[in-house]
Write a protein that binds this ligand. Structure first.
Ligand code: ADP
Ligand code: MG
Length: 238
């Protein structure tokens, strides 16, 4: 579970084409990073996969099924945003429970999943606090917890660490990588940060103005960049 395949997927906003038709396959369990300069279409591509934007042409398959017209909540994917988007008036526990409540999961199953997520994310002692009483890193963990309890077939992260200070960012990168190892679930991670891409990815997709410049492992991109843009962006030796 967790293979995502884009077939000739394109996106225009009005007359402006942001994503030209592109093909991309993300394998089950892979940690894929979309990297590229600001405005190159990373978030748009992620939102197309999530179903938060309609695609202009092409189709999207998830686990071998055509998901092009499947609404976001039914795609089995969970999105984690940079703005934590937590409910300030609810406890951490209630924030994490929220998607399960909406899905009508039985209370004991909700409890089991909250405990498992809190354990995985070191949030056990914070379940009764409100988001305002947490640090930035803890809040981001709650946002990840809220995604975990949905047991998605893939996680979609859109620059989840960009609001954190540099030291915290390094720690959270490691935590997300650990989580990926533990869950072995597909993760797509959007960033404009080359270091994040190089240290976290199984596979990097380098985007430029909506085009895929190159797809490969960090080492492939570093040692065999296809062009000057990739070399410059990734920081390959001259
Ligand atoms: P990135 O995440 O790589 O910074 P985005 O996917 O947010 O880039 O944006 C890619 C391009 O699409 C930008 O030029 C942006 O202005 C444009 N764009 C994104 N969303 C919309 C929208 N809802 N309406 C019009 N243009 C948009
Ligand atoms: Mg973006």
């Amino acid at each position: 579970m967790g293979q995502i395949r884009l077939n000739q997927v394109s996106k225009s906003f009005g007359d402006v084409r942001v994503i030209p038709p592109l093909d991309l396959t993300i394998e089950d369990g892979e940690f894929t990073v979309f990297v590229g300069p600001s405005g190159c279409g990373k978030s748009t591509l992620l939102r197309l996969i999530a179903g938060l934007e309609d695609i202009t042409s092409g189709h999207i398959d998830i686990d071998g099924m055509d998901a092009t017209h499947v609404p976001p909540a039914k795609r089995g994917l969970a999105m984690v945003f940079q703005s934590y988007a937590l409910y300030p008036h609810m406890s951490v526990r209630k924030n994490i429970a929220f998607p399960m409540k909406m899905a009508g999961l039985p209370a004991d199953e909700q409890k089991r999943r909250i405990e498992a997520a809190a354990n995985a994310l070191n949030l056990t002692d914070y379940l009764d606090r409100r988001p305002g009483q947490l640090s930035g890193g803890q809040r981001q963990r709650v946002a990840i917890g809220r995604a975990i309890v949905r047991e998605p077939s893939a996680f979609l992260f859109d620059e989840p660490l960009s609001n954190l200070d540099a030291a915290l960012r390094v720690g959270m990168r490691l935590e997300i990588s650990e989580l990926h190892k533990r869950l072995a679930t597909t993760m797509i991670y959007v960033t404009h940060d080359q270091v994040e891409a190089m240290t976290m990815a199984d596979k990097i997709v380098v985007l430029r103005a909506g085009y895929i410049e190159q797809v490969g492992s960090p080492l492939e991109l570093y040692y065999k960049p296809r062009n000057e843009f990739v070399a410059g962006f990734i920081g390959s030796p001259k």
